[in-house]
Design a protein around this ligand. Sequence first.
Ligand SMILES: Nc1ncnc2c1ncn2[C@@H]1O[C@H](COP(=O)(O)OP(=O)(O)OP(=O)(O)O)[C@@H](O)[C@H]1O
Ligand SMILES: [Mg+2]
Length: 505
Amino acid sequence: MDSESAYDGSTEELPFETGSEEAVGVIYGNVGTTHFNVRVMSTIERMEYVQFEHPSDGLVLGQVSEVERRTDLSLEKAKMYSEGADINIEEKVTARIDILGFRDDRHLLQVPRTPCRAGTEVLKASDDLIREVIGLKENTDTGAYLGLLFGHNIRIESDINSMVQKHVSILAKTGGGKSFLCGALVEELMKHDVTVIVFDPHGEYGSMRVKGTKQESSRDFGVVPHSYKDKITEFATDLQINPKAKPLKFTLANIEARDLLGLTNVKSARNYLTMLRKAMDAVKGVKRDFSLRDLIRVLEADDEHQNSSLINELEYLSEVGIFGDKGTRIDELVQRGRCTIINMKGTPPDIQELIAERLCSALFELRKADKIPPLMLVVEEAHNYCPQQGQVASSKVLRTIASEGRKFGLGLTIISQRPAKIDKNVLSQCNTQMILKVTNPNDLKAITSSVEGLTSGMAEEIQRLPIGVALMMGGSIQMPLLVEVRPRESKHGGESVEIIPSRRV
Ligand SMILES: Nc1ncnc2c1ncn2[C@@H]1O[C@H](COP(=O)(O)OP(=O)(O)OP(=O)(O)O)[C@@H](O)[C@H]1O
Ligand SMILES: [Mg+2]
């Protein structure tokens, strides 16, 4: 059919026979090489996939970016209509289609270089064409199953090697479903025997030991409830509120006086640094494994200097209890094929930053020397450990891992509700992005500037995403995709707390 005889969309019947895929409508008006309009004669929604035959390139995949109902009800007639006048409203539905492309003979993704003809029939895309053009592989050995393509029964699997080598970011506003999705990702990593370390500031991930409950859902995700208790070891700094965990301890032997002072509220006092250094040297002279108590004793014995504020601060640190004579051994923490949760619930923020710095530095150095297995490091609330503004103890090492970790098989997954507050150098290194609902304009700006290939249409989409739907892109995912996140196999620990419990316990 040539453009002269183009179908004008004036009847509700399609002028040709259709195949097994459902007909959507026909192309009309001016036709571009990146997008065109379709007169819609069935129902179609934004973000749905369509297919059409290009004269020289064969079957091409497109996606609906906008649907519009055009009517002849004028402003004047609308008033009469509201007053009960009998007015016949003519309606035409049109959709804008963005062209995604086709696979050529060598299986490379191509976009047609010439426009399609007006009058060309547009159909709903077959799942096979979607899989082929987008490059989706299902049930692969290295795929982490994270959900189903929105509106289709196609499994979305992100390649684990690509995620470990090129890092991941999971971003959404608070309550947007980040931890839920990250939990699904960690489940997949455990299933594939990947070594995982999770920095868990709120103590949410220990619940993965508990089998989840089957959720009623209109879609069958094929998820079976499962407990990961055999795969998880949990360490915590505060055993009083986390009694099931093993203690996480650091030795003072390899901590600098400056870093120790940095954890106190007297960090700026210069003479305290000298005093502390002296006291540490004195203790080290007699004891290899020493405690804060030993240091305090030396400082108390010093009558010459006014050091009571320093002693008080060290007393406080001693109560926090992260420093012990014997530190937790790294081979206890990192166990091949297992997930280690570092539960920091109840630990003050500056101590958490120090723990992150100590652990990340150790993991990076040991991974460089190949003394621990390749692993995925998951950092919840990443804006606290590598902020864009200011410097905290863990800032530098996280930046190093983001830029160099890939060379050593040290993957990073960062999670945050404030993308604008994460160090850009870290965020921009995350190749696989999983973005749930975000509404804050600054956060949207941070996302659009750090994510390659994100169109303004997609930025709009991010603001409107329903809970449980993520925009995923990058890494092994070749095009931005809307993904309905799969239910959890194990229990999600980040449930919102209700003020009035429905049942007394
Ligand atoms: N895919 C999903 N399917 C079903 N429920 C979900 C899904 N994603 C999130 N939820 C529910 O939404 C709530 C918030 O999810 P989640 O704890 O993951 O949010 P978050 O983004 O981590 O929030 P915060 O910023 O507070 O950490 C939870 O109660 C969870 O059960
Ligand atoms: Mg969370």
